[in-house]
Design a protein around this ligand. Structure first.
Ligand SMILES: *Cc1c(COP(=O)(O)O)cnc(C)c1O
Length: 433
């Protein structure tokens, strides 16, 4: 096995690395393998690296039992993740095992008869799915001896990193576009780490962080979504595991996933494939659908045009958590959507707002704009006859509406403001008939 360091990546004097079943990093393009380390690009072909495993070899029944007797968080899947076996005993924010809500009211409204579920990841510690990926990156940071945790973020990631670093006793310094929603800024700052607003888009922030990694200024820093990206990405597999376990160890027929960089979507597919390989679920076809906002829809545009490459866009949408104009995993998303018989679709900001309110009014779930994107795209795909309404369908809500209040505030206000008297209430016309 070659031991290599990608130019610019800083390798602190490494202790023996114990990341459980993680065996190596392997290149998604050429398959070359590298020792576990803070690497993210193949030294031969510059392809993205991902974690390769020695997965458990026992019977599926044994593994299923072991998982079911584990903690009520993502660490129940520790045998399938790049984390040490004693991970549950370390200070971490322990995300996961969020609710899978059977959304019968929404299903009726959309005309879905085969069973519609909302996987509600607003229930995580910092109220977005990002806690899953950060929890894994923290273990990698510890294993590689990093003392500062960092990231480039569209908002939710910064908060998740701040919280996880605080809990793990690491320093954090995170970078965001300067013009994010107040809810995201405050949630990123409140945990006491450093928060830096960059005058530019997320893509500018990301480019800046890549430069910082190659500079002595960033020495000893673990950027969860850059030099720790292969580990970080694995956290999204837990969404696939949980959904299948919560469905009674069954794959859904269809799933609608939001796309920012595309990492989450590709890793949910990887999670499904692993469960099939391990015999934990029956092997059957499933379709993966990607969802974007029209104002930042580079993957959807490529899908519709039949292209294999994704042309970068300059984002302009209220779905800021998904506003990545140059998505790193875009081509892999296209591949997965096409291979599974799914699609990638987008909705306007107005449809995003309508869908946030639709989900809230039918199921009592207040999703952030990214949730409006997935629900809106689900509605659009059912109406277009692309999503089959007779099949079991899972829609992700990946964040909390309290962080994106501005999106719905103009159309969600008090019905009336009155004097505290029955006469005033009667005059407002709200009394029961
Ligand atoms: C980051 C994020 C996503 C998706 O991110 P990927 O980069 O595609 O993995 C989805 N929803 C929310 C709310 C997010 O913050």
């Amino acid at each position: 096995m070659a031991v290599q360091t990608v130019a610019g990546s800083t390798t602190p004097s490494a202790p023996a690395v114990d990341l459980g079943p993680a065996a190596a990093l392997s290149c998604r393009e050429c398959g070359e393998r590298f020792e576990l380390g803070p690497l993210f690009a193949c030294a031969s072909c510059f392809g993205p690296l991902e974690v390769a495993y020695d997965l458990p070899t026992g019977s599926p029944e044994e593994l299923r039992k072991r998982i079911e007797s584990g903690p009520d968080n993502i660490w129940r899947y520790a045998p399938l993740l790049p984390v040490p076996a004693d991970v549950a005993e370390k200070p971490n924010i322990n995300p996961g095992f969020t609710k899978l809500v059977k959304a019968d009211n929404l299903a009726r409204e959309l005309g879905v008869t085969g069973g519609l579920y909302v996987k509600d990841d607003s229930g995580n510690p910092t109220h977005s799915f990002k806690d899953r990926v950060v929890a894994i990156a923290v273990e990698a940071a510890r294993a590689f001896g990093f003392t500062t945790l960092s990231c480039s973020s569209t908002g939710n990631l910064a908060g998740a990193v701040g919280a996880a670093a605080a809990r793990a006793g690491l320093r954090s310094c995170v970078f965001i576009p300067h013009d994010l929603e107040q809810g995201k800024v405050v949630m990123a700052a409140v945990y006491g780490g450093e928060l830096v607003g960059i005058e530019g888009t997320y893509d500018d922030v990301n480019r800046f962080c890549s430069e910082l990694i190659g500079d002595p200024l960033g020495e000893g820093w673990g950027f969860v979504n850059v030099n720790l990206r292969p580990y970080y990405g694995e956290g999204s597999k837990t969404l696939a595991y949980e959904i299948c376990e919560q469905l009674g160890w069954k794959l859904p027929d269809q799933i609608v996933i939001p796309i920012a960089s595309g990492s989450q979507l590709t890793k949910i597919d990887k999670g499904f494939q692993e469960l099939i390989r391990l015999g934990l679920v029956e092997d059957k076809p499933y379709k993966i659908f990607g969802a974007q906002a029209e104002g930042c829809s580079p993957v959807s545009a490529a899908f519709k045009a039949g292209h294999d490459v994704v042309r970068p866009q300059k984002p302009n949408t209220i779905a800021k958590s998904l506003a990545i104009g140059n998505p790193a995993d875009g081509p892999y998303v296209l591949d997965i959507a096409r291979r599974t018989g799914g699609a990638v679709e987008d909705v306007t900001d107005e449809q995003v707002v309508d869908a946030i309110k639709l989900l809230a009014r039918t199921e009592g779930i207040f999703g952030e704009t990214a949730g409006g994107v997935t629900v809106g795209v689900t509605k659009k795909l059912v109406e277009a006859g692309v999503l089959d309404p007779t099949l079991t369908t899972v829609v992700l809500n990946t964040g909390d509406g309290l962080k994106t209040l501005d999106a719905v505030a103009p159309t969600s206000q008090a019905t009336a403001t009155i004097k505290p008297s029955l006469d005033a209430f009667r005059a407002a016309g709200l009394a029961s008939a």
